[in-house]
Design a protein around this ligand. Structure first.
Ligand SMILES: Nc1ncnc2c1ncn2[C@@H]1O[C@H](COP(=O)(O)OP(=O)(O)OP(=O)(O)O)[C@@H](O)[C@H]1O
Ligand SMILES: [Mg+2]
Length: 491
């Protein structure tokens, strides 16, 4: 059988409650009995002594079996609750008031009798009950002397068998009934109160359990399940648990969404890239086929022209594939950084030198300020070169003839800002936030005969993220664009 936490708590409480009440009931019965015996014994403490003193037979210490038997019989008629015994000094029963068949032992231990007669013990004192092998009862006792010699003891069981039977008959029903009513009533009351309390305290736990189950069956989609807002910074453990669960559910949902988004982006990228690859590849194939089919009919000049076009297409293909690999490599997290200290200005001059020819073709001047700098930075030289190359390449492409590109180094404590500014076409403000997206090309993208796919800035941004830096852009349409990022100065 499977019980919920609430049911288990209730059942355990019920069990504890039954045990407590039972122990309490038994204890109170025992206490009541002891108090009753104590008062009975103290009331009849001098009973035996009075009998011994008032009875001429016992007063003289003469032991007459028949006369005593008669006396006991008379006394028992007067006080049916008492049982009378006459014992010898060692405790052997000589005469008693009962039918012989009821007597189960011949001897009674006299030490409790001595203790009681000498007032050495606290009441109640129990003595052996001759009607039972092991049972003990309260009694009254008095020594009987013949002159100076101890003749024996008058031993009176105060709460005898008849007393107990009569008492139990009277009391049992009333008391037991009363206790049972109180017991059941109290138990029922407490049980109902406890059920209410448990239901109240376990309510958040049940709610949490319901939510977890619902969320699981909804495939962890938080939009399909209405989640409770748990009390923040509560000291209640269930609320703390609920809060963590809420955050966890949110995170799982966001990650699922992110995964789906990444997946669709990847598919899109793959489709776009295969299209981009197909175009130069088809052109390449077309020209090679032309050369191959018309090898004899075309002139050497035409042949050279076709080969140039094929070469251009092949270069484009290589560049595109390189970029795709680079991006995949960075995104896959397989890049290791080679951090070292080097002169930033030297690196910038090296990159600019690569683009001198292209810049001269468009009569664009590239200036680095300050012209001389000994500033050492701590970074990955190859990665930083890729970043600066991408920015300068874009700047040259989007700057018209006779334009200007300024590269600026700005040192600030532990960091240094590199700014690449051109006075070219500029980018529309609404397009600025998209230019770092993979394959995004703004409306200004100059459709030159060279194919560009919009991967450059995406790669640049990712490389800078690896170097724990951020790229920023400001631009004004028709006036120019400025890209800036920071690098760590070598300590
Ligand atoms: N300096 C700039 N001035 C004006 N527009 C720019 C500049 N740099 C980038 N852009 C715009 O941002 C877009 C994205 O740039 P990105 O470098 O990612 O792609 P791309 O240069 O078109 O292609 P690729 O870098 O893959 O060859 C460009 O298409 C262009 O529209
Ligand atoms: Mg580019």
């Amino acid at each position: 059988m499977k019980f919920s936490l609430y049911q288990r708590l209730s059942l355990s409480l019920l069990l504890v409650f039954i045990i407590i009440i039972s122990v309490f009931y038994l204890w109170s019965v025992q206490l009541e009995k002891q108090a009753r015996y104590e008062s009975e014994q103290s009331l009849h403490l001098s009973l035996a002594a009075n009998l011994a003193r008032d009875n001429p037979l016992l007063q003289q210490g003469v032991y007459d079996h028949k006369a005593l038997k008669n006396l006991f019989h008379t006394l028992m008629v007067l006080g049916p609750a008492f049982e009378f015994y006459f014992l010898d000094p060692t405790g052997n029963i000589l005469t008693h008031s009962l039918p012989t068949s009821l007597i189960k032992r011949n001897k009674v231990n006299v030490s409790p009798l001595i203790r009681l007669t000498q007032n050495q013990a606290d009441l109640p004192v129990y003595g052996d009950d001759p009607q039972h092998q092991t049972r003990q009862k309260i009694f009254s006792a008095a020594p009987v002397f013949n002159g100076a010699t101890l003749q024996g003891y008058l031993y009176v069981i105060v709460a005898g068998e008849r007393y107990e039977t009569a008492f139990e008959k009277q009391n049992t029903n009333r008391q037991v009934k009363l206790s049972m009513v109180i017991f059941i009533g109290a138990m029922l009351f407490l049980f109902i109160v406890m059920l209410g309390l448990f239901a109240y305290f376990t309510r958040p736990l049940r709610l949490l359990n319901r939510e977890i189950t619902a969320l699981k069956s909804a495939g962890f989609d938080t939009s399909k399940v209405k989640l409770t807002h748990w009390k923040p910074q509560s000291h209640n453990e269930v609320h703390m648990l609920g809060e963590v669960f809420e955050a966890m559910a949110k995170q799982i949902h966001e990650q699922l969404l992110q995964l789906k988004q990444n997946d669709s982006q990847r598919r899109e990228l793959l489709a776009d890239i295969s299209h981009d690859l197909r175009t130069p590849l088809a052109s390449l194939q077309g020209y090679i086929e032309t050369i191959s089919l018309n090898a004899n009919s075309i002139t050497a000049e035409q042949q050279q022209k076709y080969i140039d076009v094929t070469l251009k297409n092949a270069r484009q293909l290589k560049q595109l594939i390189d970029q795709i690999f680079e991006l995949a490599h960075i995104e896959g997290g397989q890049v290791t950084l080679n951090l070292e200290s080097f002169n930033l200005a030297e690196l910038l001059y090296d990159v600019v030198a690569k683009f001198t020819l292209k810049a001269q073709e468009k009569n664009i001047s590239i200036i680095i300020t300050p012209q001389c700098s000994t500033l050492l930075i701590h970074s990955d030289i190859a990665k930083l070169e890729r970043v600066v190359s991408n920015l300068i390449e874009n700047a040259i492409r989007h700057t018209s003839n006779a334009g200007q590109i300024a590269i600026n180094i700005e040192e600030q404590e532990k960091h240094c800002f590199v700014k690449v500014r051109d006075n070219g076409t500029g980018i529309k403000t609404e397009e600025l936030s998209y230019i770092f997206d993979t394959r995004y090309r703004a409306s200004n993208a100059i459709q030159s005969d060279e194919k560009h796919t919009g991967l450059g800035l995406a790669i640049t941004k990712k490389i800078l993220e690896l170097l724990k830096s951020e790229i920023h852009v400001t631009s004004e349409l028709g006036k120019g664009t400025e890209f800036s990022f920071d690098v760590k100065v070598a300590s």
